[in-house]
Design a protein around this ligand. Structure first.
Ligand code: ATP
Ligand code: MG
Length: 440
């Protein structure tokens, strides 16, 4: 992408309305724009990051055996009357009427709709286990939308829903998502800790929120500091291995970690002083086993091996991609701007032409840009006639992992400079070596 032809509306000043660093940087880099309270457009730079986040989420959901579909944002009120949540949901639900005066709503979540799909299409235990997911916009009329897309009213959610014949089956489905979530957050460059979360009236311990420790987080959490040392499940994890996934779950949940609602002061006090961590965190994912709550109310049942009808056991599993993007920034930035983990960076590299219009600089930049693009890299080529200092500042601000700096002096020697955004380290090397570095 040539910057001269791109759309990158960078702000010179720090936006006053932004209270936290991720919000400030997302506005300054022109990743997002607020359209009305808690409702955002994702501008091209932000959209690139969001797409990369979604791709990783999708790959890990697919790997675990979940199957993607797409449900609508608008739902009919009838479904929610069946489950009893139409009245219970309160003011967070945006209610709308269509031209026939039929009550509709903008979905805050999709348990009812997926249960409706299930009950009308699945009849036998032979179709189980089944886990269906989508990545779709949700709307919740939050009392206090804030921090940009961290807590917005319209936001994207990956929500998956599992169906099993038995409670044991549902536990395995839960453990699959547990492992998939650990992998997902790790690939996003994040250390998200699964914490025991409130299960509401159903009880039991099968609900975890995945939380990233951050001072600006809105959740209060308590955990053992040892969490930082745990292994992430490998790429070749066998998701059909019931005992293997249970072992992963048991290991991670053997260490104390709880949200404030589930906090047990006595158990926490049993941890040696100095190993306890009471902190703030950002909830980026939430997994939940809720048994037969919706299947019972809405009549989702299958014929079992015994020939009888069985109400299915369900779970739901959410991740917030539009919250994850600012969460990644909270975890990875410095005074100069964002530092993207390579896996979600909007561009893999930026080629900085320090003297656009100079024949030698232009030629070398074009050569590098063409070679990297051909190799499938996402490259931003700063071919504008801005001052070099401004180009450096922009490259640092938008956080592209590698900068290839092309100036008249180095080009005369057949060389370019390669800068690592995270470490700040600069190295001079031949054009060929710079290309190979990125392709390596
Ligand atoms: P919170 O406690 O932060 O309000 P929640 O518990 O209501 O979130 P869930 O229903 O568990 O959220 O939704 C699953 C995921 O969707 C959350 O873990 C979060 O990543 C994301 N999410 C929920 N609400 C919002 C929001 N208002 N803005 C952005 N992302 C959200
Ligand atoms: Mg939650």
């Amino acid at each position: 992408m040539r910057l001269s032809r791109y759309y990158l509306p960078i702000l010179k000043e720090n936006p006053k309305e932004a209270e936290i660093v991720s919000h400030r940087l997302m506005l300054r880099t022109g990743m997002i724009r607020q359209q009305s309270q808690g409702i955002y457009s994702w501008l091209p730079l932000g959209k690139r990051v969001l797409d990369k986040v979604n791709r990783i989420i999708r790959e890990e959901q697919d790997r675990s055996g979940a199957i993607e579909l797409l449900m609508p944002t608008l739902q009919s009120a009838e479904l929610w009357q069946e489950s009893g949540r139409y009245d219970a949901y309160g003011k967070e639900m945006l209610r709308i009427k269509d031209r026939q005066d039929r009550p509709m709503l903008y979905g805050p979540t999709n348990e009812e709709m997926i249960t409706d799909i299930f009950r009308s299409t699945v009849k036998s235990y032979k179709s189980l286990p089944l886990n269906l997911y989508h990545i779709q916009l949700k709307f919740r009329d939050e009392i206090r939308p804030r921090f940009g897309t961290m807590r917005s009213r319209e936001f994207l959610m990956k929500d998956a829903y599992s169906f099993d014949l038995t409670r044991e089956g549902a536990e395995h489905s839960y453990n699959k998502m547990f492992a998939a979530y650990l992998r997902t957050f790790s690939r996003l460059g994040l250390r998200a800790i699964p914490m025991r979360a409130d299960t509401g009236p159903i009880g039991g311990n099968l609900s975890h929120e995945f939380i990233i420790l951050a001072d600006t987080g809105e959740s209060e959490v308590f955990c053992h500091r040892d969490f930082v040392n745990f292994d992430i499940p490998a790429e070749d994890t066998n998701f059909d291995d019931v005992a293997g996934l249970k072992a992963i779950f048991d290991k991670w949940t053997s260490v104390y970690a709880a949200t404030s609602e589930m906090h047990d002061e006595a158990a926490f006090d049993a941890i040696p002083e100095g190993e306890r961590l009471s902190a703030r965190g950002i909830e980026v994912g939430h997994i939940f086993y809720f048994g037969t709550k919706y299947s019972e109310a809405m009549g989702a049942k299958v014929q079992g091996p015994d020939g009888k009808e069985h109400i299915v056991h369900m779970g739901s599993y959410g991740i917030g991609p539009t919250r994850l993007v600012p969460a990644i920034i909270e975890a990875s930035h410095d005074d100069n701007g964002i530092i993207w983990p390579a896996s979600v960076a909007p561009f893999d590299a930026v080629v900085i032409n320090m003297k656009a219009g100079d024949e030698a600089c232009d030629r070398v930049c074009e050569e590098i840009y063409a070679a990297l693009t051909k190799a499938g890299k996402d490259v931003l080529y700063d071919d504008t006639d801005d001052r070099a200092g401004q180009k450096f500042a922009t490259a640092d601000l938008i956080g592209v992992p590698t900068q290839i700096i092309v100036g008249p002096r180095s080009v005369a020697a057949g060389e370019v400079e390669v800068k690592d955004r995270r470490t700040g380290a600069r190295e001079t090397m031949t054009v060929e070596a710079a290309i190979n570095r990125l392709n390596g």
